[in-house]
Design a protein around this ligand. Structure first.
Ligand SMILES: N=c1c2ncn([C@@H]3O[C@H](COP(=O)(O)OP(=O)(O)OP(=O)(O)O)[C@@H](O)[C@H]3O)c2ncn1[C@@H]1O[C@H](COP(=O)(O)O)[C@@H](O)[C@H]1O
Length: 87
């Protein structure tokens, strides 16, 4: 099963190898403003799902929020260690 760390490694690899058809490459190229809008959109969807939807729907939205946070991390060049030291 994928984890936060393994997804991050996968996205980091996408940012370097830039394979055709990668949504992550597109998201990185779109810049921080677009990345931030996606992050806020997913955060809102987590909130709404938590209020109104099933556990699985909430989990799906949280996975997308994690993905969007990782895109911002990679776009800004922030490592897992830089984040984890604050936990
Ligand atoms: N975990 C994710 C992931 N979570 C969310 N998303 C993106 O976020 C979208 C869902 O968000 P929305 O609800 O906003 O749906 P949407 O409005 O239709 O999305 P867009 O058309 O705006 O992209 C998905 O369609 C994906 O584009 C993800 N895209 C990729 N991953 C994983 O990231 C890895 C690399 O993916 P690629 O870069 O696409 O190869 C793979 O392991 C993927 O499974």
């Amino acid at each position: 099963m994928k984890t936060f760390d393994s997804l991050f490694a996968e996205l980091l690899d996408r940012s370097v190898s830039r394979p055709a058809g990668s949504g992550t490459v597109d998201a990185l190229d779109a810049g921080v403003h677009a990345q931030g809008k996606k992050l806020l959109e997913e955060a809102g969807e987590v909130w709404l799902a938590a209020e109104h939807e099933s556990d699985d729907a909430v989990a799906l939205e949280i996975s997308q929020l994690i993905y969007r946070a990782q895109v911002i991390m990679i776009g800004r060049g922030i490592s897992l260690e830089q984040v984890y030291k604050h936990l």
